[in-house]
Design a protein around this ligand. Structure first.
Ligand code: ZN
Length: 361
């Protein structure tokens, strides 16, 4: 009898943002350049239940502790935590004063070494003069994914200058998590850069791509590129999409989008992600008839937003494999090492979702 069967894969949230002010020497920054941005930072704190006074104190440590507590009290076993590159010009130089926040690669790599639940997604603008060196350095440091927002960071993924960069990513089997579709939270440089067709070059270079939000609309007047994503998923077997921000007050889940994501063959390409710390509400899935009134009421009682998003996605009908599929897309060495660490800690480090319901506001 085989008694060495692998334990079940822990569910992953593959889209979790790190934010920091730089407190404690993390290298992060969060723009407070005007009243609107300061109000945004306060709103972010209130959303996740942190006192906005933390912005003037040890914010970076508190943010991570806050996230870890919620992750450990959820049904999830791991989270991909995202770095955030600078906005850069055509030559790859940082544009002074541009962007809302920055999270260095070294910081997420360090967080993933310190906390077994975290997998690091680094962020590299391929126009950087040192892009290939930074990529090699991050891969050697244990990067699990590479995350970019082309429309916010001014990255044209179809630019032929980046072919070598994508080829190097493919050789390292490092997946690209790439924002596609509309964007509501961050200042957009060029909306057209978030078109999924821009991803054909990295896909043809052999990169596994996760199109964040499946190229859906963020706001009412955004273009709808979901049909392009669906067509491309038939052309490229290594194109996936994440369901992040599907429970946010926006236009992502209008019409037939969720039913299409739940049906074969697209269902086999979906990856779970919350987009934490963006707001999570069951109202929109309920209003669109995607969950029952009882599911909606249950989601409102769940104060832990990571768990609430998980429960809503389950209630919407996303299959259990949606929550573990990200493991199959990671660089093999990263996957093996992280699963071994989690197994050594007893399967999952979490206290369980019940704690979440009891404690969080
Ligand atoms: Zn995001």
């Amino acid at each position: 009898m085989d008694t060495s069967a692998a334990p079940p894969l822990p569910p992953i949230d593959a889209h979790v943002h790190i934010v920091g002010t730089g407190a404690g020497g993390t290298g992060c920054w969060l723009s407070a350049s005007n009243a609107y941005r300061r109000a945004q930072a306060h709103f972010l704190c209130r959303l996740i239940g942190l006192d906005p006074a933390a912005l003037k104190g040890d914010f970076d440590r508190l943010y991570v502790e806050h996230l870890l507590a919620r992750l450990r009290a959820s049904s999830l076993g791991a989270a991909v935590v995202l770095a955030q590159e600078h906005v850069r010009d055509h030559a790859g130089r940082p544009v002074p004063g541009a962007g809302l926040f920055h999270v260095p690669n070294d910081y997420v790599l360090r967080l993933a070494r310190e906390h077994v639940e975290f997998l690091p997604a680094v962020s590299i603008h391929p126009a950087r003069p040192d892009a290939l060196d930074e990529l090699d350095r991050c891969v050697a440091g244990g990067a699990a994914m590479m995350k970019i927002l082309p429309n916010v960071l001014a990255i044209d993924c179809a630019d032929r200058r980046f072919t070598k960069f994508w080829e190097r990513m493919a050789a390292a089997r490092l997946p690209l998590l790439c924002h596609t579709g509309g964007e509501k939270t961050l200042p957009v440089v060029d909306a057209a850069l978030a078109h999924p067709r821009k991803l054909e070059l990295p896909l043809r270079c052999g990169v596994t791509v996760i199109a964040a939000h499946c190229a859906t609309k963020g706001a009412l007047f955004d273009a709808q590129w979901f049909p392009d994503f669906v067509a491309m998923s038939r052309e490229f077997p290594h194109l996936y999409g994440d369901n992040s921000a599907f429970c946010v007050p926006n236009h992502r889940i209008r019409g037939r989008i969720v039913p299409e994501c739940l049906a074969p063959p697209l269902a086999a390409r979906l990856v779970h992600g919350s987009d934490w710390p963006v707001p999570v509400s069951g109202f929109w899935p309920w209003a669109k008839g995607l969950i029952t009134s009882a599911d909606y009421r249950r989601s409102r009682r769940e104060r832990n937003l990571l768990e609430r998003d998980f429960l809503l996605k389950r209630a919407m009908g996303f299959a259990p494999e949606t929550f573990t599929r990200a493991w199959d897309l990671l660089p093999p060495a990263v996957r093996t090492q992280k699963l071994a660490q989690i197994t050594r800690q007893g399967g999952r480090p979490a206290a369980g979702p019940q704690a979440a319901r009891a404690n969080f506001s």
